[in-house]
Design a binder for this molecule. Structure first.
Ligand SMILES: [Zn+2]
Length: 144
């Protein structure tokens, strides 16, 4: 999510979503086999939306598959195939919740300069420290 750098959800969170929800698993033909292109602060809200979608799928025979998840200009974009009206509403809710959720830590946030961050992370971004901070988080999460 840092300008000029694509941030990926860490391995632990990515694996948690893929293990829990079949519709989140990459199709070998999909382009996002590299992972979810957004920060870990959105893991919680994505997980919650996935749980609601899984409940909806239990009651229908609808086909549903997430093709790609990415952050663009501070907005969460979910690209998917199939689904139902209810699933479309769940995804819309998720995307608008992301507009109020810090992409780094998941605390309440707001969009400024095309990044949805909490006050603390907006300050770090303004101070030019975000890049180091994010890289540090990525390294520490994936090193385990
Ligand atoms: Zn934050």
């Amino acid at each position: 999510m840092v300008d000029g750098v694509t941030i990926y959800m860490n391995t632990k969170h990515t694996k948690a979503l893929i293990d829990k929800y079949a519709f989140m698993r990459p199709d070998p033909a999909d382009r996002w086999v590299f992972g979810f292109m957004c920060g870990d602060g959105w893991f919680g809200i994505i997980d919650k939306a996935c749980a609601e979608i899984a409940r909806e799928l239990e009651h229908t025979f609808a086909y549903f598959h997430v093709d790609q998840i990415k952050e663009k200009f501070g907005s969460l974009r979910v690209y998917y195939s199939g689904g139902t009206e209810k699933i479309a509403a769940i995804v819309d809710d998720l995307e608008s919740t992301a507009n109020r959720t810090c992409e780094i830590c998941g605390r309440p946030g707001y969009n400024k300069d095309m990044f949805v961050l909490c006050d603390g992370h907006h300050q770090q971004l303004a101070a030019g420290k975000m890049f180091e901070n994010v890289l540090e988080e990525l390294w520490s999460n994936d090193a385990i």
